[in-house]
Ligand binder design. Structure first.
Ligand SMILES: O=C(O)C1=C[C@@H](OP(=O)(O)O)[C@@H](O)[C@H](O)C1
Ligand SMILES: C=C(OP(=O)(O)O)C(=O)O
Length: 438
């Protein structure tokens, strides 16, 4: 049980550079490995999920030098990957698993993927089914889960209309399409994060996006290794954006955060709810990034529907927390994807908010949350359920509670933000002066 920090009278203060983006770190290892030549990755996220990706590519014969914050990948091209001598362990990472399925579907060998207990319950047919349209073969359990066997073979082009709004599925199909003999068209249900498309283009692939959701892939261009600096992860910055908003007298600056519009749903929501934030964007040709300064403020309720969800999918536990602090009733609809994350995040968020005394109703596709300025804690023992984002949401919620709270399975935070508790402690202990930590 971890004793969670409580906020003092002066709130959170200081300047922080959050760790590298998880989605971009995964893709840098993957695309660096299938490219020719050297890829150097700066500000790589050393979260357990990205380390699963790094290890998987080493197991496939790619030489990867690990110098902490900087990773050097000696790319071998798609054709240079070797069969692994044992099943690849995906750990807790849905992104690694699903992208790997598309990336290895066109290989000349068979690969088995396994994962931890949570990942082994998550749906994988969403990738194996569409891959069939490209000639791919991924065998799953009868429940459509891991372990998976990817039987590599020559793929062909396809036109595929997606059934779920998922960047993981889209990325798997793009990797498959790159290995096909003909061109392909992938149509998204709703626009989702486009880091795969951006990075592949930077490496030399012919990929075009039309009307934000039609992706045209022309295979055959060589991918060439390059230097990548991973911007800060908006999904990690979000914990402190929310903390600074809900804890009185706070003012925090988060530096170098990724501002890709497919990821900034939380910024739009914070603004709509009345948060006080300013953004200084830096010039960039690939992934935009910038510094965000935010201070405490009163909040209005929010109403989200399906179209709002992809750009804030991983921040929805935090949106529920913001709603619990707002002046009135908020609704989240169209978020059924939350049920197939590391935990069923509708159930687990509702359970945790109820322990804090928040009135919240579970819906099949979201929740209804009654906001209050203060809560009457019902149960001080919070639980991450082994889900990193739940554990961190609990820690931020605890700053608002009127008594000390504890968190079980707090170590889950290492999946995406190993230094989370240290960074939180620094901002809580920080002074009103800028305090650059990294
Ligand atoms: O492509 C990615 O890197 C991710 C896509 C999202 O998943 P879905 O594609 O399942 O929505 C997100 O929840 C996950 O944390 C990372
Ligand atoms: C859902 C997440 O990741 P993944 O699907 O890669 O396990 C997440 O990081 O919140």
């Amino acid at each position: 049980m971890k004793e969670l920090p409580i906020a003092n009278q002066t709130g959170l203060h200081g300047t922080l550079t959050v760790p590298g983006d998880k989605s971009i770190s995964h893709r840098a290892i993957m695309i660096g490995s299938i490219a020719e030549g050297t890829t150097t990755i700066h500000h790589f996220l050393r979260g357990n999920d990205c380390l699963s990706t790094l290890q998987a590519f080493r197991d496939l014969g790619v030489q990867i030098e690990d110098n902490g914050d900087t990773i050097t990948v000696h790319g071998k091209g798609f054709a240079g990957l070797h069969p692994a001598s044992h099943p690849l362990d995906m750990g807790n990472s849905g992104t690694t698993t699903r992208l790997m399925m598309g990336l290895l579907a066109g290989s000349q060998f068979t690969t088995k993927l396994i994962g931890d207990a949570s990942l082994s319950k998550r749906p994988m047919k969403r990738v194996s089914e569409p891959l069939k349209a490209f000639g791919g073969e991924v065998q799953l359990t009868t429940n459509g889960t891991l372990p998976a066997t990817i039987v590599g073979q020559q793929l062909h082009g396809a036109e595929y209309e997606m059934k779920v709004a998922s960047a993981q599925v889209k990325s798997a199909l793009i990797f498959a399409a790159l290995q096909a003999k003909q061109s392909s068209t992938i149509v998204e249900k709703l626009p989702t994060r486009n880091h795969t498309e951006i990075m592949l283009r930077q490496f030399g692939a012919h990929i075009r996006t039309v009307a934000h959701k039609i992706i045209l892939v022309e295979p055959g261009s060589p991918l060439i290794g390059r230097e990548i600096t991973v911007p800060g992860d908006m999904s990690s910055a979000a914990f402190f954006l929310v903390a600074a908003t809900i804890v009185p007298h706070s003012k925090v600056t988060l530096k170098g955060v990724n501002l890709n519009p497919t990821r900034t749903g939380i910024i739009d929501i914070l603004r709509q709810m009345g948060a006080k934030l300013t953004i200084e964007e830096r010039f960039s040709t690939g992934e935009p990034s910038g510094d965000i300064t935010i201070e405490s403020s009163a909040l209005r309720p929010i109403h989200l529907t399906a179209k709002d969800i992809p750009a804030v999918i991983d921040e929805l536990p935090l949106v529920a927390l913001l709603a619990a602090c707002a002046d009135g009733q908020s609704t989240i609809h169209g978020a059924q994807e939350l049920r197939v994350k590391e935990t069923d995040r509708i159930k687990t968020v509702v359970a945790e908010l109820r322990k804090l005394g928040v009135q919240v109703k579970e819906l099949p596709d979201g929740m209804v949350i009654d906001g209050r300025s203060s809560w009457d804690v019902q149960d001080p023992q919070l639980e991450s359920y082994g889900d990193h984002r739940l554990g961190m949401m609990d820690a931020i919620a605890a700053l608002k509670a009127d008594q000390p709270l504890q968190l079980a399975h707090a170590d889950a935070v290492a999946v995406s933000y190993p230094g989370f508790f240290d960074d939180l402690a620094t901002l809580l202990g920080g002074t009103q002066h800028d305090n650059d930590l990294n």
